[in-house]
Design a protein around this ligand. Structure first.
Ligand code: G6P
Length: 609
């Protein structure tokens, strides 16, 4: 998804902007561009492809000046190309934009009729022309931006420069993220915190409907009508290093290895072993309300949805509340039956996913309470929810989600325990036992990570397969889905996850000696059933890669490869079996030479529908 960086101050803007854009690369992009102001015409440079292409241009013809805006574009309107890359210009106005202007066709017709001509296929260029038109009429940059944005419908974050008022940078937010960094005699704006961390830790989060007007010495934040707003800054404690690779070949691998720490951080301070309870500091829903719940909805997208599928098992088992789980883009349009006796749980790593945010608004609009499980503090979903359980995974940069997923499972388990306690279904003693199993988890994850070399060998054996099938039952079925998703996301191999018991109703037709089948078969209530399904695969010549728990040597003779994760409880086993899923996909992708951290066509944070 697009990334924005803006700067106004005393330093050269271009290196700051390029560095910031590099730190936003994780969002996914297909072209990049920059504009600086240095007294004359706006200096605009754009290039298709990776940032390095833009940097090569800037080496030949530097963009100079102490004001500037930059952008990495992830195509929505118009193909990836230099002409469609941002910034977009209309005479003296230059714009970068993240999001979609929904009424752009109508606006374009109107502007064309009054003599505007357009160079690109983008919706963004409309904003530049709208501002330019208003500027011509009123001669005031700030007023022109306000009037232009009042006409734009949809979701956006923008940063805008005006050649005739070069001491001003204007940024605005409506539905896409934008954060402001405060320095000494300088200001920064960006789509996300990592872009600014090497310059400042003092940040202000813009809300929807807010406009920020910067000069090098002063910042004003107003509403769309121009009313002055007072906003507090927050000090961000992430170190810039936390957002770097830390010696690993890829962010994804670093993040896989961070899981023991991320999980320890997610449970830290939340376990009350003495009282046999858990404490969720920002849940903000009282026990009485939790006890009276009649229904829970879980809403999410992608990997977070897979976490939700496991969460359903946790909540129904420990708290006996019926759980409906939906993909956010389905939930928001299906007129769900939400009322004040229901709780909606939104799961989102980024806290910015457009469909999940819309699901939250749908649920709240119908009078239900909503809490989110989220990794990004003060993200849109976190701010709009009634309560939050933060996963303390730290910044996740690799597009394929890993540590965010396993910490989401931990957060869901904590919530299920809490619900089980307030609803009188779990005794203090039951809770203590579950807490003990959670405390042991980081160490067991470290053990799972020791399987890395073994899994790399398996990856070598199967990297040339055309398709993969992943099978699991019960709370391992979502892990089969997640394993298949990880593989297709980063290695581009077609993979499907299936409930093991459903294999006979279709996928069994695919099985032959060319098809690797990953079977999740830890010891649990359905162990024997899964072993039978595995035998069905073997009998048809399929190559089974079994993921088992503890010592399962009798399986060894039956399967082509055996991965043995440590023992834990049935509830927490999905967290341990996730690790081989991640490592297998990772190693196959590395062997195939794909772009592991930024796989093609994918974005880390999907802020459009
Ligand atoms: C994108 C990412 C996935 C992620 C999904 C939901 O598709 O590539 O990794 O699972 O969005 O994102 P969220 O931030 O809401 O968890």
């Amino acid at each position: 998804m697009c990334g924005i960086v803006g700067y106004i101050g005393q330093q050269e803007a271009s290196p700051i902007i390029i560095d910031g854009l590099r730190r936003l690369e994780y969002r996914g992009y297909d072209s990049a561009g920059i504009c600086t102001l240095n007294g004359g015409e706006p200096q605009i440079y754009r290039a298709e492809g990776k940032l390095v292409n833009l940097e090569n241009i800037l080496r030949e013809t530097p963009a100079t000046g102490t004001r500037g805006i930059g952008h990495t574009r992830w195509a929505t309107h118009g193909r990836p190309s230099e002409i469609n890359a941002h910034p977009h210009q209309a005479s003296n106005i230059v714009v970068v934009h993240n999001g979609i202007i929904e009424n752009y066709l109508k606006l374009k017709e109107r502007l064309k009729a009054s003599g505007h001509t357009f160079k690109s296929e983008t919706d963004t260029e409309i904003i530049a022309h709208l501002v330019e038109e208003h500027y011509r009429q009123c001669g005031d940059f700030e007023k022109a931006v306000r009037l232009a944005l009042a006409e734009a419908e949809g979701a956006y974050a923008v940063a805008i420069l005006c050649q005739d008022e070069p001491d001003k940078l204007i940024a605005a937010k409506q539905g896409a993220p934008l954060v402001i960094g405060q320095g000494q005699g300088e200001y920064f704006v960006a789509s996300d915190i990592p872009a600014l961390l090497s310059h400042t830790r003092e940040m202000i989060f813009l809300e929807d409907g807010e406009i920020a007007i910067f000069t090098p010495d002063e910042m004003r934040i107003t509403d769309m009508a121009g009313g002055l707003l007072t906003k507090e800054s927050k000090t961000i404690t992430w170190s810039p290093l936390m957002a770097e690779k830390g010696g690993y070949k890829h962010f994804m691998l670093k993040e896989i290895y961070e899981q023991p720490r991320a999980i320890a951080d997610t449970i830290a301070g939340r376990l009350k072993s003495d009282e046999g309870d858990v404490y969720l500091e920002d849940l903000d829903i009282d026990d009485e309300q939790l006890a009276g719940l009649e229904k829970i909805f879980i809403i999410a997208c992608g990997t977070s949805w897979h976490a939700g599928l496991v969460g359903k098992f946790y909540i129904e088992k420990l708290a006996r509340v019926p759980v409906e789980i939906d993909i956010a883009s389905e939930f928001r349009y299906r007129d769900p039956i939400v009322n004040d006796k229901s709780l909606t749980i939104l799961i989102s790593q980024s806290g910015e996913t457009a469909d999940t945010l819309a699901g939250l608004r749908e649920a709240k609009g119908k009078g239900g309470k909503a809490v989110c499980i989220c990794n990004v503090v003060d993200s849109s979903i976190a701010r709009e929810s009634d309560g939050v359980i933060y996963t303390h995974a730290g910044p996740e940069i690799g597009v394929a989600s890993t540590k965010a997923f396993t910490t989401q499972l931990v957060a869901l388990y904590l919530l299920a325990i809490k619900l089980g306690r307030v609803r009188g279904l779990l005794s203090a003693d039951d809770c203590r036992k579950k807490v003990e199993s959670l405390v042991a988890l980081p160490r067991q994850l470290e053990k799972s990570l020791e399987l890395d070399d073994e899994i790399e060998k398996i990856a070598r054996d199967y990297m040339n397969a055309r398709d993969f099938l992943y099978l699991g039952r019960g709370n391992q079925y979502p892990i089969a889905l997640e394993g298949a998703l990880k593989l297709k996301e980063i290695s581009y191999i077609h993979a499907e996850g299936y409930p093991a018991g459903e294999m006979k109703h279709g996928p069994i037709a695919l099985i032959d000696e060319t098809l690797p089948v990953v079977v999740l078969v830890p010891r649990n209530a359905t162990y024997d059933k899964v072993v039978s399904n595995m035998e069905e695969v073997c009998a048809r010549g399929g190559k089974v890669i079994a993921v088992a728990s503890g010592d399962e040597d009798e399986l060894r003779d039956k399967v082509s490869a055996l991965i043995q994760v440590p023992e834990t409880t049935e509830d927490l086993m999905p967290i341990l079996t996730s690790v081989p899923m991640q490592l297998l996909a990772y190693h196959i992708a590395v062997l195939k030479g794909t772009d592991v951290d930024q796989p093609r066509n994918l974005a880390k944070s999907v802020t459009v529908e």
